[in-house]
Design a protein around this ligand. Sequence first.
Ligand code: SF4
Length: 725
Amino acid sequence: MSEFTKTLCPYCGVGCGLEVSPPAQHNKATNRDSQGNPIWRVRGDKAHPSSQGMVCVKGATIAESLDKNRLHYPMVRDSLDQEFRRVSWDEAFNIITQRIQTIRFTQGPEALCMYGSGQFQTEDYYIAQKLMKGCLGSNNFDANSRLCMSSAVSGYIQSFGADGPPCCYEDLELTDCAFLIGTNTAECHPIVFNRLAKYHKKNRKVKMIVVDPRRTPTAEVADLHLAIRPGTDIDLLNGIAHLLMRWNYIDTIFMDDCTSNFPAYAEVIRHYPPEVVARQCGISIEDLETAARYWGESERVLSLWSMGVNQSSEGTAKVRTIINLHLMTGQIGKPGAGPFSLTGQPNAMGGREAGGLAHLLPGYRVVKNPQHRAEVEELWGLKPGQISPNPGLTAWDMITGLENSAVELLWIAATNPAVSMPDLERTKKALLRSPFTIYQDAYYPTETSAYAHVLLPAAQWGEKTGVMTNSERVVTLCQAFRQPPREAKADWEIFAEVGRRLGFKREFTFANSAEVYAEFVKLTKNRPCDMTGLSHAQLQSEGPTQWPHPEESRGSRGAGEAGGEASANRSGKRLYTNLRFHTSDGRARFGAYYSKGLAEPPNPDYPFVLTNGRLYGHWHTQTRTGRIEKICKMHPEPFIEIHPRDAAKLNIVDNQYIEVRSRRGKAKFPAKVTKAIAPGTVFVPMHWGSLWADNAEANALTHPESCPDSLQPELKACAVQLIPI
Ligand code: SF4
């Protein structure tokens, strides 16, 4: 038997396969972390179809985070000014269930909320949905994925009738033109970028366009970098469409056969001639024309995007406007082409499949649809009408719900909202008001643990077996290779035990996570994300498998090896190869949008646009990576990027501290004077919470204005003033 256990990197949505072996077999005294714990050995899994053995620094060093600052025991306190006291699981469960019962029967189930995470395995997500939406009758389950990719979800649903990125990573090496917008792929999705950059380097005819206000490492290797003004994405996309139309690069046969609503869109793009668009975006007409020509002349165009598009008050409109370009040129459903959203978290996709947002139900269903609710109620054995028809509270709604006392119990798991939510001062004040907060996490302390009444120790990566789905719909079994420390338990086990103690014994009889997964896949039958051919045993013996993978595909790795793009979307690597969509008439819908710009544009009082993002080594709020020496050396401190022209106007020099003020809060950072950022815009990394630096929280500055469709906040941009210190 191999000494290596196969699993998946638990950081980003690329979903790289890893192999892990125990420390005792290879280490001597040197192979220990700074706290003296032996370090497990990690290497890339060459057999994993998505990553083929590659890993970035985060994946390579993940094992170093396993034993540091772990939460080992349940702890409770009556109020936030008290110290925590250790309790047994039995006592913790009793406290939680009594509180839930009281609230349920006095204020109603809508006063209960759970805020989960793209770090969950699918089994954790699924059991949380069954508990909250099924048994308790509250749709108030949302995940930090709301802050990450919910605009991609709503964009896909509105354009195609169903969620699900239609592309696969193989398209990276089959395209003629890669159009990257709002994504610093080189730092945030490094292995996807490696594949694309290698292919681009080898094939000089292949074009790469990068749209980003910063000259990022991604933009460095592009053939064309469009450093547009923040908030002008729709202007640019409509401007490219205008030129594609003018130069007759459109695919009328595809549009006639497969799409609807083109006339409304054509009317919109008429108003985006190159002179207007170039001025609005702050780019040259020549560059705009080059972008349109690259797109129009390429046989296969692949667009990639992530948070720069999704985290916007017009996020859904941006996603649909990207999709429009594919629809008008027939660039979908064939190798090397399609609109491809890159998910931020390792299992954001699994969360979507399991219904892990406030408006969703398992199997790509939505709570507003009576038939969907009835199907889930039947499969869960609930009485008709048990699932509420109203979408629940989203991430930000939970904060406002605490403010107006609509929320009586907030259960936070595997996420750190005291750093990652917008408008942090307001967020923290709201968390202080919470009558009862349960915080379930692998680590302690985090910034959020300060706001908890109950702490529950969770098992993490390597300590529980479960499934995750990456950005290209490849499902991987992440196998446990060690025991959880002390009293930590898998998230799904904690939810299930609470369910049983609340009286739902029949609903939570699972002996292990394989049984949970087996029940979950039944809910995907005949749905766009059909996974009825998958099980833990199948994934273990046959390896990572792409969905759709219905029962009849058992015995193959489905899209991973069989079918190819010639077969219909049941077994093809790409969705929509048969060019029928999930809308009622089978046609993809054009979305017609005029640009609205930023929710908070700059003005004379707040003259700069602040944008933010990730760095290559760190992950989100540093709960893991802040404890890894190599990564901390790579990125020792936060900073603010400012263009030399702006720095000169304000008499700012390199490394000088700048106080950054928005209408909501302030922070301070040492200056990095660089031409990588456009004049008028400044950039800060989003990783530093109060545990890691004083007053360097990017979200102290951001605002919660959200996209009306996806309800995703515009974390990417706000107006600020700069004061040299
Ligand atoms: Fe992990 Fe993402 Fe790096 Fe792959 S690219 S090793 S999934 S962080």
